[in-house]
Ligand binder design. Sequence first.
Ligand code: SF4
Length: 321
Amino acid sequence: MEVVWNLGAALEYLSRMGCRRVLVQLPQGMTHASERFLSAVEDRSMEALLWGRPAYGACDVVDPEAAGADCLLHVGHLPFPWLTPERAVFYVPPTEVDVGAVADALADRRSVALGGPAGVLPWLPRVAGELRRRGVDAGICEGRGRARWPGLVLGCNFTSLLSCRGEPVVVSDGSFHALGLALLLGRPVVRVDPLGRAETVDPMPTLRRRYALIHGASGVRSWGVIVSDIPGQRREELASFLCRSIRDAGLRCWQVRVTEVTRAVDDLGLEALANTACPRVSIEDSPMHRIPILTPFETLQALRLAAGGRLSRKYVMDVMF
Ligand code: SF4
């Protein structure tokens, strides 16, 4: 398994490994550029196959042999070593970051912890260097479990930012990662985009929507508990625990096996769903569903309300290690 930051090096590794059929797995937002990757593989005299749906993250890495290939080119994510096929190359296209502008945006802070998605990581040491030159204590720390790369922030794991002593700052294109951290901390989080534009991401609007869903689900009689067959999203024990808790509350519960959580789950004849797959599916995709899709914590809160109890004061963000 190799990790590289440019496509030429990725192809070089695949050639040197003696690959003959390469399965190309692309993330959402890059599938439209599939031809570029497929042609690049073929230009090196290897056969190219394309995986037919976008990869969610490094939690969603395909075994090339199961797909009829002998090697994998996975684009856009840093690997979780325990989920990685041996004959795989991970290529992360770096996001262009204006180092000076990002440092300018943070120059008035005393101490910051820098982190972001995989594409910004090569730039973070330079941003930290610029900040230190301006007297700001800037740290980049290694996270735990699936975020064991210095500064790496995932939608479900923020440990790299929480391991550092400074104020956490997410450097990223969109607010997805910063919102996850804001929900975890229960307070606004600073995000700076690669051009140096800063914003504060407030968890409150999302929390209000989540509590409305919890209240809605507290009156239902039949639940499904979603279990994903994507290897890095499968949480069997948690699903069994949730279904048991629901049944112990006198309600009906069945596990629902899926690869992706699509609109089809609304039509399974169930009134609410507890989601043990990617935590962000519950939060980001809820508006497209007709029935409540809750995280494990939210499900337990709904059961508590149904039993006449009170909501917990602190919202607990669903994280994965
Ligand atoms: S579980 Fe979701 S948030 Fe976590 S790595 Fe996978 S896609 Fe990203």
